[in-house]
Design a binder for this molecule. Structure first.
Ligand SMILES: [Zn+2]
Length: 236
C-alpha cells in the first residue's frame, strides 16, 4: 500500500484477539497486547513463548490495559526477552519490573523505541491499574499505525485523526458485553479516519464475541478493510 511520504513497509502478524507483532522497515519489533498462551485462536506454534528469546525478540511490549485478554503474557515475555513494557504508568508499575524495563507513560506521551515513536492515546473502556489506552506508532517515514486497544467509538477519535492521521488502523470490533460491535467499529472508521488499511480485531476469540462473518458484513463495501486470520502475516 502506498505511504504518505515514504516507502517503508510495516510487517504485521496477528496472533488473534488484540495481539499483534509489528515490525518496522528498520527492523524494530513491537509486541502489542500479548494474550497468547491461553488465547483460543492463536495457532499452537506461535504459543511457544521461547521464540521471544531469539527469533521474535521484541524491542518493546505494548499493553493497552490490565485485562487478561490484553496483558496475560506481558510480564513473562518481558522476563524472557528483556524488552521494556510500554503502557499506562500505573499498569507498568504494577508489573514490578526493573526501571530499565518499566516504560510507563500517560495520555499524550511519546516513548521512543529505536527508529519509531509510540504515542499514548485515550480509549473509552476500563482497567484495574491506570486508564485504558490505545497506541499510535509513528514510523521513520512518517506513516502511523493506530491500535485502538479496547474502546467504544468516541469523539476523541477526531483529535487522534487530526494529530496523528493514522495510515493503518487496528480496530477493536469484538462486540459482546465488553466492547463496540463491528457495525460501530465500521462507523468509527468512516466517521473519523482516512487510513489506507483497516484491520478489525478482538472478534471471534470467544463465542460471546462477534464472528468473522459479522465483521465481514459490517465492513463490506469498505475496500480499506483487511480481514486477517490468526497467525497470518501481512505487509502494509
Ligand atoms: Zn479486551
Amino acid at each position: 500500500m502506498s505511504g504518505k511520504s515514504g516507502t517503508g513497509i510495516v510487517k504485521l502478524r496477528w496472533l488473534g484477539h488484540a495481539a499483534f507483532e509489528v515490525e518496522s522497515s528498520g527492523g524494530t519489533k513491537l509486541l502489542v497486547d500479548p494474550f497468547i498462551t491461553d488465547n483460543p485462536v492463536t495457532p499452537e506454534p506461535l504459543k511457544r513463548l521461547d521464540r521471544y528469546k531469539d527469533a521474535d525478540k521484541p524491542h518493546a511490549i505494548l499493553v493497552s490495559h490490565s485485562h487478561g485478554d490484553h496483558s496475560a503474557n506481558a510480564k513473562e515475555i518481558a522476563k524472557l526477552s528483556d524488552a521494556p513494557v510500554i503502557g499506562m504508568v500505573e499498569y507498568v508499575a504494577s508489573l514490578e519490573l526493573s526501571p530499565e524495563q518499566s516504560k510507563g507513560g500517560n495520555i499524550g506521551g511519546e516513548i521512543r523505541v529505536r527508529d519509531l515513536s509510540v504515542h499514548i492515546v485515550p480509549a473509552t473502556h476500563s482497567s484495574e491499574s491506570g486508564s485504558p489506552i490505545g497506541f499510535v506508532i509513528e514510523f521513520a517515514d512518517g506513516r502511523t499505525l493506530y491500535h485502538t486497544g479496547d474502546t467504544w467509538i468516541m469523539s476523541d477519535m477526531a483529535l487522534i485523526e487530526e494529530v496523528h492521521h493514522p495510515d493503518i488502523v487496528l480496530t477493536c470490533a469484538g462486540g459482546g458485553p465488553y466492547t463496540q460491535n463491528p457495525n460501530v467499529a465500521a462507523l468509527s472508521m468512516k466517521k473519523f479516519f482516512k487510513p489506507s488499511v483497516i484491520v478489525p480485531m478482538h472478534y471471534a476469540t470467544f463465542p460471546v464475541l462477534a464472528s468473522e462473518a459479522d465483521v465481514r458484513a459490517a465492513f463490506a463495501g469498505d475496500s480499506r478493510a483487511v480481514i486477517m486470520k490468526p497467525g497470518e502475516t501481512k505487509t502494509v
